[in-house]
Design a protein around this ligand. Structure first.
Ligand code: LLP
Length: 412
């Protein structure tokens, strides 16, 4: 359920018309809904109410400060993967004790920054990283709380670029290596192993891979208990998928129920790192038609958003629903919706049945709240889009559109 709906023949974000927002702020424009963010966070978080848990929103999905503040206000912790994300999370008011730090390449400076902030724990992905964390912590006279990310070798059946828990992926440690790593961590003076972490991929639309991974993690948990380690946290990562098109992912309630039943009796706090399921359908990208172009073999709608604004279709072949903001009942054509960038890979939708639209008319790309703006770039020296957050009747510009001066500001 989200709060983007057609009313009186035009698309609304909550109680604000998308036409009006586009008029006021220009296009391309990311529009997010506070009610949807809130609803999604609460639906997810309450699915784990029966057990001690922390929902640490995955900042990479949408890291706008206002989005982070909204979620922090609802009690969210955060999953971060860089010093930059740590900076954002702290700036948004997230308490350090609700922050977990994942990622394969944390640098010494970033480790120091996280230890200074005193975050809850590092999700460690290699023994080299463990040594680095121990060394930095020693130099600061601190003990770093860690868990290891285990790689359970489970196929999440999603796009290969966003599968992370298979042997061939760079992420985590296989279970044998992980056991050695825990023994090593137990010996080192400046790290304390307190958890186990596992994240197998993104946009998962069935429960089976999650449950297969969880079973392996629980076996591993018991082995760690047997060697006397005090494991208090199970971080089960993110990955729950959303509906872009016809997918029918499990509802967070079902997901919560399945996970909760498997861990209910353990003396642990479960950490979840959802990203897409919270923000994906809480955002759209509004764009205007620049030209309709008809060729003997194909029809194109050239719009003012491009792969630099929303790269998912170009990068993963992802589907985003595209619709007129104000439908006029015209006959539909099969078109490619493309941007102005000089690459044939610059498309937002291919072979879509869309009404014959004209210059200046508005389109909405749906499900653009996750990995939309955060993956955008300035390719072709295009200023990045503005972002607006709607709350009921109010809309606030939460990131202004970049200017040409912004684009050259860091250069000589
Ligand atoms: N935790 C870790 C350690 C992760 O690497 C990720 C996502 C998440 C949590 C959040 O996963 P989610 O709940 O959003 O599925 N750019 C791609 C998705 C990349 C996901 C990377 N890691 C896309 O646009 O589909």
């Amino acid at each position: 359920m989200n709060h983007f709906e057609y009313r009186d023949g035009t698309l609304f974000a909550e109680n604000v018309s998308v036409e009006k927002l586009a008029q006021e702020h220009g296009t391309p424009l990311y529009i997010y809904s506070t009610a949807t963010l809130t609803r999604h966070f609460q639906a997810f978080d309450s699915a784990f109410d029966e057990i001690p848990h922390m929902t640490c929103y995955s900042v990479k999905a949408n890291s706008n400060l206002s989005v982070l503040r909204t979620l922090a206000g609802l009690g969210a912790g955060m999953d971060i993967v860089s010093g930059g994300e740590l900076y954002r999370a702290l700036k948004a008011g997230v308490p350090a004790e609700k922050i977990v730090y994942s990622g394969v390449g944390k640098k010494a400076g970033e480790i120091r920054q996280a230890l200074e902030a005193d975050i809850l724990m590092f999700n460690v992905e290699s023994t080299a990283e463990l040594a680095a964390i121990n060394e930095v912590a020693a130099s600061m006279g601190k003990v770093a709380r860690v868990s290891f990310r285990v790689n359970p070798d489970v196929d999440p059946k999603t796009h290969p670029y966003i599968s992370t828990g298979m042997k061939k992926n760079k992420f985590g440690l296989d279970l044998t290596q992980a056991m050695d790593a825990y023994r090593e961590a137990a010996r080192l003076p400046n790290v304390e192993p307190i958890g186990i972490d596992c994240h197998i991929g993104s946009q998962l639309v069935t429960l089976a891979p999650f449950m297969e991974a969880l079973e392996k993690v629980l076996d591993f948990y018991r082995s760690l208990k047997n060697i006397g380690l005090d494991i208090r946290y199970l971080d089960l990562g993110g990955g729950l998928g959303i509906t872009y098109d016809e997918e029918e992912p499990p509802h967070p309630r079902e997901f919560g129920l399945a996970l909760t039943s498997a861990v209910r009796d353990l003396p642990v706090t479960v950490i979840l790192e959802p990203g897409r399921v919270i923000v994906g359908n809480a955002g759209i990208l509004a764009t205007r038609v620049v030209y309709a172009k008809h060729t003997p073999s194909k029809d194109f709608l050239i719009v003012d958003a491009a792969m630099n604004d929303l790269v998912r279709p170009s990068l993963y072949g992802s589907y985003h629903r595209v619709d007129e903001v104000t439908p006029k009942g015209r006959k539909k054509l099969s078109v490619d919706v493309v941007g102005p960038i000089c690459e044939s890979g610059d498309f937002l939708a291919k072979d879509r049945e869309i009404p014959a639209m004209e210059t200046g008319e508005l389109l909405a790309l749906f499900s653009a709240g996750a990995y939309g703006f955060t993956m955008s770039s300035n390719y072709n020296t295009r200023p990045r889009a503005a972002e607006v957050l709607v709350d009921g009747d109010q809309a606030v510009l939460i990131r202004r559109r970049e200017t040409y001066e912004d684009l050259t500001a860091l250069e000589d």
